[in-house]
Design a protein around this ligand. Structure first.
Ligand code: IPE
Ligand code: IPE
Ligand code: MG
Length: 259
């Protein structure tokens, strides 16, 4: 991916003591970084605020991570915004999130235009409120021709539902004769997932300290490096992203082999 060195340098000025742009090898960045943006609620309640304030603050953190990733020249950034289990939250919180997704997307379309970001969605959009779904479709159409970073937003996403859907699609193709059972392999299965066409994430970042996947990309994360930070998502910024990348670059990735 193309990188504007001058813009990059300007974006990462005044580094904190422990990390700087020089801490990462820009020639070996992960192609695909994925985020479990967790801790918005705890960020808010720890400040005596309503959980909704945490979600609003979380949008700003995502904007910063998107911009930082574009500056670095990351190919693919994906982010878990709403899981298939998040419908269990109080109705007013679900409503607020759906409204926030729609208004944020409308507001950020100029950013995607300016930065050449292509938007994709992971998840079942059919179940979303009409307004949110329409705005998402507009975002898809308006950014489809962009050739810069791909931003994947996982909304109403659940990995088990995604895999069941893939299995059904393959079964239907076998039963109507367009595919034979022998053609079902890992690639054919991957092609039926929401992430089709995207490389698997090389780095997964989860904020706010939880050591679990919460039904996120179970198939795609098979050999991904994990980075968990106690920082709540709204406090996550460009330097945290560099810390995660620096940690990733210190790992010995063996993929089951020996060195
Ligand atoms: C992540 O923050 C945002 C969404 C799941 C939409 P949370 O809302 O899960 O924040 P905590 O985990 O309750 O602190
Ligand atoms: C995972 O966070 C989902 C998103 C970040 C959108 P949750 O807050 O829903 O996960 P659990 O409930 O702690 O496992
Ligand atoms: Mg949470």
């Amino acid at each position: 991916m193309q990188r504007d060195e001058e813009k990059l340098g300007r974006y990462f000025v005044n580094p904190p003591d422990d990390i700087s742009l020089a801490s990462v090898d820009l020639d070996h960045l992960p192609r695909h970084i994925s985020l479990i943006m967790d801790g918005n609620g705890r960020w808010a309640t720890s400040r005596g605020l309503d959980r909704s304030e945490g979600h609003v603050a979380g949008v700003k953190a995502l904007r910063e991570t998107i911009t930082a990733s574009v500056r670095l020249g990351i190919d693919v950034l994906t982010a878990y915004a709403f899981s298939t289990e998040n419908w269990r939250r109080p109705q007013h919180e679900v409503d607020l999130l759906m409204h926030l997704f729609a208004t944020t997307l409308v507001r950020e379309l100029p950013l995607f235009e300016r930065e050449n970001v292509r938007l994709v969605f992971l998840g079942d959009l059919e179940a979303l409120p009409r307004q949110t779904k329409e705005v998402f479709e507009e975002g898809l159409n308006e950014t489809a021709a962009h050739t810069g970073m791909t931003l994947g937003l996982a909304v109403n996403y659940g990995s088990r539902a995604e895999m069941v859907r893939a299995a059904r699609t393959l079964a239907a193709k076998v039963s109507d004769g367009t595919m034979s059972i022998d053609d079902i392999d890992a690639d054919a299965f991957s092609d039926e997932l929401y992430t089709t066409g995207l490389p698997d994430p090389e780095l997964l970042i989860r904020t706010s300290g939880e050591m679990r996947l919460s039904n996120y990309l179970l198939w795609q994360l098979a050999y991904t490096e994990f980075y968990v930070t106690d920082t709540y998502w709204p406090d996550f910024g460009r330097w945290d992203l560099l810390r995660a990348i620096s940690s990733f670059q210190s790992r010995d990735r063996r993929f089951g082999g020996v060195k």
